[in-house]
Design a protein around this ligand. Structure first.
Ligand code: ATP
Length: 327
């Protein structure tokens, strides 16, 4: 069943006279218990997309358009009260900097208990019961019970990020969004946490969106991948299919720039050029200026997001009928 339906979502930032279209017409489904990696280079709009889903963007400067249904509820139309019931309990997020948001002068357990109480109004657990629950939660992310009584500075980066994940899982949400949550960690710790996450989400029947610029993280830990470029979702599909047979020239370039996916180091190639100016109106394909296969139509019309096969989708004039129709 589909848990999250994102339809034609756009986010425009207004800063004085300048407007930046950070997310541009994104359509994406996340099934229950699915794991979707959103990848793209810095500035492609990944975090803005996550913040828009969580309604965490400042209404004054960020205009969000489109439709988002979460478990059938229209997320973008909910009032603050309905939203606060959903956040943490149904929909939780772990940011890269989540660990910095803990207070340095209070013990981990006390802070977790505060978060628990803030969002749990129905069940009145005793102090002891809350402590037990939190210790169980810490153990579920492979942290020893003694962490409950420690201060943030007494934990390593990996342990702190495990605490942040435990906080995200506190109310057993149906969807967990990890925004570069493991990026700052060393590769070994990152790998361990990802493996544990995957075990845990099977147990909790949790769906996960993982935002990262690291394709190897998506390859290791996600079932599906959504590739973003300059605010556009350019390709979507099962991870193994996209890795083996990338359709969009941007995805192809992204994979070529990774040593682990395409042979020897001397074959590594970056993608020449840089992201387009997101404050200028766009006529053709957003990737046309950097695309080695660009055709005249690519500079004239935006490609339509087209179903390719199975659940694969791609927005490129090379794929589908448009290029052929124009010839
Ligand atoms: N508050 C803001 N006001 C104006 N522009 C913004 C704001 N926040 C982000 N942007 C712009 O929106 C675009 C998308 O940024 P975003 O942070 O969502 O990308 P990202 O893919 O998550 O990048 P990163 O991986 O570096 O976090 C960028 O061009 C960025 O400069």
């Amino acid at each position: 069943m589909t848990l999250l339906q994102i339809r034609n979502l756009s986010v425009v930032y207004h800063n004085g006279s300048r407007t930046v279209t950070a997310v541009n017409g994104v359509t994406l489904d996340v099934e229950e218990q699915d794991s979707v990696g959103i990848v793209g280079e810095s500035g492609s709009g990944k975090s803005t997309l996550a913040m828009a889903l969580l309604r965490l963007l400042p209404g004054r400067t960020a205009k969000v358009e489109g439709e988002v249904l979460f478990g059938g509820q229209p997320l973008l139309e909910l009032g603050e009260r309905e939203l606060s019931c959903l956040r943490w309990k149904e929909l939780a997020v772990v940011f890269q900097k989540s660990m910095n948001s803990l207070s340095p002068v209070h013990r981990i357990g006390t802070q977790m208990a505060d978060v628990y109480r803030l969002h749990e109004h129905e069940t009145r657990l005793s102090k002891k019961q809350v402590r037990e629950r939190i210790i169980k939660l810490l153990e579920s992310v492979r942290l020893p019970a003694r962490v409950y009584d420690l201060y943030p500075h007494e934990l390593s980066g990996g342990m702190m990020q495990r605490v942040s994940i435990a906080l995200g899982l506190m109310h057993r949400p149906r969807l967990l969004i990890l925004d570069e949550a493991t990026t700052a960690l060393d590769v070994v710790t990152q790998g361990q946490i990802l493996r544990e996450m995957m075990e845990l989400e099977q147990e909790l029947r949790l769906a996960r969106i993982m935002i990262t610029h690291d394709m190897s993280v998506v390859a290791a830990a996600c079932k599906k991948v959504a590739v973003m470029y300059a605010g556009h979702l350019v390709e979507f599909g099962p991870v193994q299919d996209v890795l083996r047979h990338p359709l969009h020239p941007y995805t192809q370039g992204l994979l070529r720039s990774l040593p682990s996916f395409k042979g020897a180091k001397d074959h590594i190639r970056g993608i020449p050029g840089s992201l387009p100016d997101l404050s200028s109106p766009l006529q053709g394909c957003v990737f046309a200026d950097r695309c080695e296969h660009a055709m005249p139509i690519c500079r004239q019309a935006q490609p339509v997001d087209t179903a390719y096969s199975g659940s694969r989708r791609v927005a490129c004039h090379l794929i589908g009928g448009e290029a052929h129709a124009a010839q």
